[in-house]
Design a protein around this ligand. Structure first.
Ligand code: ADP
Length: 162
């Protein structure tokens, strides 16, 4: 059975992420979307909130599950017998960082782990969770960028912060 993991912060999930999820779910028997705790960043939403928003967004895909993890991605992968990482590439600016991570993951896993890159659909090339948060913070409608339940959650979060 082919199994892949799509890791990220998903703070919050956008249509760009969902495009990668849809396309990679057609390439593997099972796709695991891994929500990273990531102590280096201060997320707007907790891991539980990010996971719940993703779960609602991927309901239609039978072979996709959402998990959250802390620590090293490759440790999680070894433990759960996953050998492929899926990442999205939006622009050349993503490339340097992604290449470095992919090569080091390959090295530390004794070449048992590979990374598959999907280039973003042109419609979402400009889209990032940070841009969505910035718009939502100032009350701009973000329904073209995220599912409606995520837009509602953003609205609620920024309303509370005012
Ligand atoms: P990270 O903190 O790991 O960058 P993100 O949640 O921002 O987490 O992104 C997770 C993955 O999704 C990354 O591979 C990123 O390049 C990809 N991604 C983010 N936004 C888009 C988009 N608009 N189109 C395609 N891929 C995207």
């Amino acid at each position: 059975m082919s199994r892949a993991i799509y890791p990220g912060s998903f703070d919050p999930v956008t249509f760009g992420h969902l495009d990668i999820i849809k396309r990679s779910s057609e390439m593997f028997d099972e796709l695991i979307v891994g929500v990273l705790y990531n102590s280096a960043k201060t997320p707007l939403f907790s891991v539980a909130e990010r996971t719940q928003m993703l779960e609602e967004a991927i309901r239609e895909y039978e072979n996709v599950i959402v998990i959250c993890f802390d620590g090293l991605l490759i440790d999680y992968m070894k433990k759960h017998d996953i050998s492929v990482i899926v990442r999205g590439l939006r622009a050349i600016t993503d490339f340097d960082y992604e290449l470095q991570i992919a090569q080091s993951n390959r090295k530390v896993s004794d070449e048992t782990i590979d990374t598959v890159f999907l280039t973003t659909s042109i419609d979402y090339a400009y889209l990032s969770s940070s841009i969505v948060k910035e718009y939502a913070r100032y009350g701009t409608d973000v329904s073209d960028f995220v599912p409606s339940h995520v837009a509602a959650k953003l609205k609620e979060r920024f309303y509370k912060m005012q």
